[in-house]
Design a protein around this ligand. Structure first.
Ligand code: PGA
Ligand code: ZN
Length: 411
C-alpha cells in the first residue's frame, strides 16, 4: 500500500504544439514521478473523453480544467488516503468520475494520474516499469521486445498531401530490436534521398514520416518498396509493409470516398487483397469504418487468414467493443492506446481479454506525443507482438524506440 502525499498537474505542449496534461506525484515515502499524456487527431468516436477548455486560449485546446480536476477533486479523493494498489487507484478514479466515457473529470486528467502513480510505485520498489506492471497484472509470459511498425510516409489527417491512407509503415523483422531500428532508420534515410531525386517534398507529417504530394496510395507503396530495395533489404523476408487506412476518415456514413472516388466495400476489400500479395502487407489497420460491423465481418472472412486486420477506431482499447468483435468474428488484432480508455488498469484488462482470444497486440503512440516512454514498458510488460511509435525520427517518437533499445540491452 503506497500512499500519495502530493499531486500536481501542469499544462504543457505536445509534439504538435497543442496543450496536454503533465502529472506529478509524490508518495509518502518521498519517491516522485511524473507522466505526460498523449493526444490523437484521427480519434475514434467511441474513445474516452479528452477534456478541453474551449474559449480563446490555444484555439480552445487548453487543459486548465483537467489540471484543476487533478489538483482539486482527484487530489481530495486520493491524497493521504488508503490505496491498495494501482488497480484500486484506477477503480477509485473511474467511480469518482462516474460517467461511462470519463467526460466529467476528463480521460486526460485521469490517465495522467494513473500513469504517474504506476511509475511512482515502480520507482518505489526499484523495479523497471515493465517489471512492475507484469507483477501487478500477473503476467508471466516470456519477456520479448516488440517488432516496430514504423510510419515513414504520412497521409490522411496527419498530413495535407491529399492521400486517403493515413500511415504507410515498414515492419522490420530482424532478430534483435537494435537491428530492427537500424533497418528502419536506413530505409527512412534512403526514402528521403529518393524523394529528393524525384523533386518531391521531404517535409514531415505529424508522426515523423515524410508527407509528399503523390498521385495516389499505390505510388506511396511503390516508393517504400524502392527504398527497401535500395537499402539492400528484402521485402517479404526482412521487411514487411503495413497500412493504417483510418477508413472512418473517408466514410461519410453511407459511402467510402477512397482517393476521392465512391468505392464499395467489395472494391476496397479487393484492393487490399491485391496489395497484400503485391506489397507483402503484414497488417491493415482500420481498413473499414469504426461502426461498419457488417463490412468488418466480410473483411475478416475474406482477408483474416492472409493478414493482420487491426481494430483501432473500431475497438478504441475498450473491452466491450472488443467483445463485440470477438462475438461477431471481426478483426484478428487490436491497437492499444492508453488514452482511448483512460486508465492503465482498463488498458491491461483489454489486452488480457484480447490475448485470451488470440488477437495480436499492437501497443501504440498517438499522433500528438510527448517524450514520455511509458508505452515502451507497457509493450514489454504484456509481451506485445508489435509497437507503433511513428518514424525513426523526432525525439517524441524515438523516446519509445530508444527505451526499448535500453530494455533489450539490459536483458
Ligand atoms: P491518432 O492516429 O493518434 O491521430 O488517432 C494514430 C492512429 O490512428 O493509429
Ligand atoms: Zn489508427
Amino acid at each position: 500500500m503506497l500512499t500519495i502525499k502530493k499531486i500536481k498537474g501542469l499544462e504543457i505542449l505536445d509534439s504538435r504544439g497543442n496543450p496536454t496534461v503533465a502529472t506529478f506525484i509524490e508518495l509518502s515515502s518521498g519517491v516522485k514521478a511524473s507522466a505526460l499524456v498523449p493526444s490523437g487527431a484521427s480519434t475514434g468516436r467511441h474513445e474516452a473523453f479528452e477534456l478541453r477548455d474551449g474559449g480563446k486560449r490555444y484555439q480552445g485546446l487548453g487543459v486548465r480544467q483537467a489540471i484543476k480536476n487533478i489538483e482539486n477533486e482527484i487530489a481530495k479523493t486520493i491524497v493521504n488516503k488508503k490505496i491498495d494498489d494501482l488497480i484500486d487507484l484506477d477503480y477509485t478514479l473511474c467511480s469518482l468520475d462516474g460517467t461511462v466515457n470519463k467526460q466529467r473529470l476528463g480521460a486526460n486528467a485521469i490517465l495522467g494520474v494513473s500513469m504517474a502513480y504506476a511509475r511512482a510505485c515502480a520507482y518505489h520498489y526499484r523495479q523497471p516499469l515493465f517489471a512492475f506492471l507484469r507483477q501487478v497484472y500477473g503476467y508471466n509470459y516470456k519477456i520479448r521486445i516488440p517488432i516496430p511498425m514504423m510510419n515513414i510516409l504520412n497521409g490522411g489527417k496527419h498530413a495535407d498531401n491529399g492521400l486517403s491512407i493515413q500511415e504507410f509503415m515498414i515492419v522490420p523483422k530482424q532478430h534483435t530490436f537494435a537491428e530492427r531500428l537500424r533497418a528502419g532508420a536506413e530505409i527512412y534515410h534512403v526514402l528521403k534521398k529518393i524523394l529528393k531525386t524525384k523533386k518531391l517534398s521531404t517535409g514531415l507529417g505529424d508522426e515523423g514520416g515524410f508527407a509528399p504530394r503523390l498521385l495516389n496510395s499505390e505510388v506511396a507503396l511503390q516508393l517504400l518498396v524502392q527504398a527497401i530495395k535500395m537499402s539492400k533489404y528484402k521485402l517479404g523476408k526482412d521487411i514487411f509493409l503495413a497500412l493504417d487506412v483510418a477508413a472512418s476518415e473517408f466514410f461519410d456514413g453511407k459511402n467510402y470516398n477512397f482517393e476521392n472516388k465512391k468505392t464499395s466495400i467489395e472494391k476496397l476489400i479487393n484492393i487490399y487483397k491485391k496489395w497484400i500479395d503485391k506489397y507483402s502487407l503484414l497488417a491493415i489497420e482500420d481498413g473499414l469504418a469504426e461502426d461498419d460491423w457488417l463490412g468488418w465481418q466480410k473483411l475478416t472472412k475474406e482477408l483474416g487468414a492472409k493478414t493482420l486486420l487491426v481494430g483501432d477506431d473500431l475497438f478504441v482499447t475498450n473491452q466491450e467493443r472488443l467483445q463485440q468483435g470477438i462475438d461477431q468474428k471481426v478483426a484478428n488484432a487490436i491497437l492499444i492506446k492508453l488514452n482511448q480508455i483512460g486508465t492503465v488498469t482498463e488498458t491491461m484488462q483489454t489486452v488480457i481479454a484480447a490475448q485470451k482470444n488470440n488477437y495480436k497486440i499492437i501497443i501504440s503512440h498517438r499522433s500528438g506525443e510527448t517524450t514520455d516512454d511509458f508505452i515502451a514498458d507497457l509493450a514489454v510488460a504484456v509481451s506485445a507482438d508489435y509497437i507503433k511509435s511513428g518514424a525513426p525520427a523526432r525525439s517524441e517518437r524515438l523516446a519509445k524506440y530508444n527505451r526499448l533499445l535500453k530494455i533489450e540491452h539490459a536483458k
